[in-house]
Design a protein around this ligand. Sequence first.
Ligand SMILES: [Zn+2]
Ligand SMILES: [Zn+2]
Length: 321
Amino acid sequence: MARPQNFYPGEPLPDDEMRVTLLGTGTPFPRRGQAAACIFVEAAGHKFLLDCGPGAPANFTSLEIPFAEVDKVFLTHHHVDHIGGLDQFWIGGWTYGRREPLNIWGPAGTSKIIEHFQAIYEWDIETRRRVFETLAGSELVCTEYDEGVVYDHDGLKLTAFVVDHTPPQNTYGFRIEAAGRTMVFSGDTKRCQNLIDHAQNADLIIHESFPPIEIYAAKAGRPMEVAHNIAEVVHTSPREVGAVMAETNPRLGVIYHMYNNDDVVGPALLQVREKYQGRFEIGHDLMVINIGDDISVRPAVISDKPWPVRPSGEFTTAPGH
Ligand SMILES: [Zn+2]
Ligand SMILES: [Zn+2]
């Protein structure tokens, strides 16, 4: 299918496609050029986030999609680089147009986190309520999940599977099926057989990684042993990601959760290529992936200073103006 070379906000999504936009491909280390973990998925009329790391809400608003259209967030685990943008997305969404509750799915312990969020921002919400004259949209609805089907409604099925991250284990990956397409999101994990089992026949696999340890140790000033513990014990080296891809054979494989500096992507790709020759990308923020009969990977062309988009049906001007 012929597409524009770049993705511009507002591009229609064909009914038989899934569109995946990387809103955050980074790590717990805050960087201006790379937000922390967050993936935006659109398919079968659904729009939702997988994780919501710090920095990601600003990448979301750059897509100029009304907050009101996104009422679901699925969390893989509770590390700050995966939930640290949730408060901004929640309250920013309410104050800029969402009038329905924000629904959060997460592993055991998510309800407690949500209760704490609500306590932390009690004063915030009360003061804003007086300005906006409504609490509608300020509610958080939390559902805790276990391994298995988390969501199965209106043409969207999301299944959680246990992965192997930091003990005590409470981290999941997701298999998402909609519009006749399938994507798998690893969350955070080292090489995990359960992921490989759940990732068979996927169109797209977004797998976490960390830079090759020699580079990571040198750049980040970590002793090799510490670099190993981080990059290869609780995360997956690019070499191991290549091995996972060889066992799953997606139509497209993508690495996220990795320092993606120019001098890292080459060595990382070389490691991937030791075992895998299929189509592969190192993710960067605002990479847009359309999964249809073909798969396209394009950069989004966005404004760094977008204005809020009015809620659906209330545009006074076309989006983007
Ligand atoms: Zn983590
Ligand atoms: Zn992480």
